[in-house]
Each structure stands twice: as C-alpha cells, then as structure tokens.
Design a protein around this ligand. Structure first.
Ligand SMILES: Cc1cc2nc3c(=O)[nH]c(=O)nc-3n(C[C@H](O)[C@H](O)[C@H](O)COP(=O)(O)O)c2cc1C
Length: 190
C-alpha cells in the first residue's frame, strides 16, 4: 500500500519523524513516503490562487497515496503549530486529505504520549475542507519515548513494535474498506 507519512514536528531532532522512518523501514512491503514539514511556511491567506511549491509537493504526495499516517507530537496539550499550519494549507487551495483514510499516532517525551494532541487532531481532520476518514479502533501513544527509542530511531521494546504492527495491519484493512466506500460513493454521484 502507498502510505504518505506526515511527521507533525518542525524540530531538527524529532522522535515523531524518527517513528515514521521506523514505520517506513519496518513495513518495507508497503511504500511509506515520510513527509518532512520543516520547510513549510506558516499558513496565511495571501496566496489566493497559488500555494508555495513545498506545499504543492506535499499535496501531490498525499493525493497520490492510498492512506495517510500522521505522527502528532504534543505541545501544551495541543498539536504543534507546524502541523496545524500544514493542515490549513491542505484545506485552502488544495484538499488532498478529502476522503483519505488517516491513522494518527504519536510519541512524546512525557507520560501523556501525545494523547491529547491525537484527540484534538481527529476533530481537526474531519472539519469542512479537510474531510478525512479517521481510523479510531486502535490508539498508538508512545510515552516516555526516550526510554524505548534509540538516537538512531530504533524501537527497543518488542511489545511496542508488536502493537504498532497490529495498528498498521488493522489500519490497512480500514483503508481498503474506506477506499471501496469512496469508490462506490463516486460511482453513485457520477
Ligand atoms: C513547548 C513544549 C511543550 C510541550 N508540551 C508537551 C505536552 O503537553 N505533552 C507532552 O506529552 N509533551 C510535551 N512536550 C514534550 C514533547 O513531547 C517533546 O518535545 C517531543 O520530543 C516533541 O516531539 P518531536 O520530538 O517529534 O519534535 C512539550 C515540549 C515543548 C518544547
């Protein structure tokens, strides 16, 4: 499956980006494209009719994917400004998340494991203009990430890897079901 994997951090050293790179390495039967949002400028509405090339590139990569995984860090019990800004870009002149199956995961250096940001992101992703389908049957919160991820981005806890495998497996089933439903909807509307 072709998966666009968006890391919601603009830090140079990001556990969430490393988590997605782990996903790309570990699930090598799938084509996982890790999207780095560091170059994305802060959203504003001055770009009527056109968007920055870096956003256009992300638009193409998300639109061309069968499914999307977003690794959402948590700042101040919230999603990061960088990720919110990207979602604003992707719900303005372009709408690549429309009808896309999305799984939210996240890592945090604290106990919270990015849980609040994940819950908040679900609401954001179903807002008008975004209209994604959110996988909610499993929740992957990686708390105290420094204790189970090495500086090379390897996960050292076998149970965490097994749970991640289960989440991705279930998500892929969900994504296929959503794709069938969306195709049927488009057929009915045609
Ligand atoms: C300003 C700030 C606020 C933070 N707030 C939270 C928080 O509310 N919950 C949490 O679990 N971690 C919080 N953290 C810690 C982050 O989980 C940690 O910085 C993490 O590494 C960010 O993800 P990244 O490594 O992918 O950039 C905060 C960090 C910063 C710098």
């Amino acid at each position: 499956m072709k998966i666009a994997a968006i890391a919601g951090s603009n830090a140079n050293h990001s556990y969430n980006r490393m988590l997605l790179k782990f996903v790309a390495r570990h699930f090598s039967d799938d084509d996982v494209d890790v999207i780095d949002i560091r170059p994305v400028p802060m959203f504003n509405e001055n770009f009527k009719g056109k968007i920055p090339e870096v956003v256009a590139d992300i638009d193409r990569r998300v639109a061309g994917a069968d499914a999307v995984i977003i690794a959402s860090p948590e700042y101040n019990h919230s999603i990061t400004s960088a990720l919110k800004s990207l979602v604003e870009w992707l719900s303005y002149e372009v709408h690549p998340l429309q009808d896309k199956p999305v799984m939210i995961i996240g890592a945090s250096t604290h106990d919270q494991g990015s849980s609040r940001s994940q819950v908040q992101l679900r609401d954001i992703l179903i807002s008008p203009g975004v209209n994604a389908y959110i996988f909610q049957n499993e929740e992957f919160f990686m708390s105290n990430v420094k204790s189970i991820m090495t500086e090379d981005g390897e996960i050292t806890d076998e149970r965490t890897i097994q749970f991640l495998e289960k989440c991705v497996r279930e998500f892929k089933r969900y994504a296929k079901a959503i794709d069938r439903m969306v195709q049927e909807k488009k057929g009915a509307e045609a």
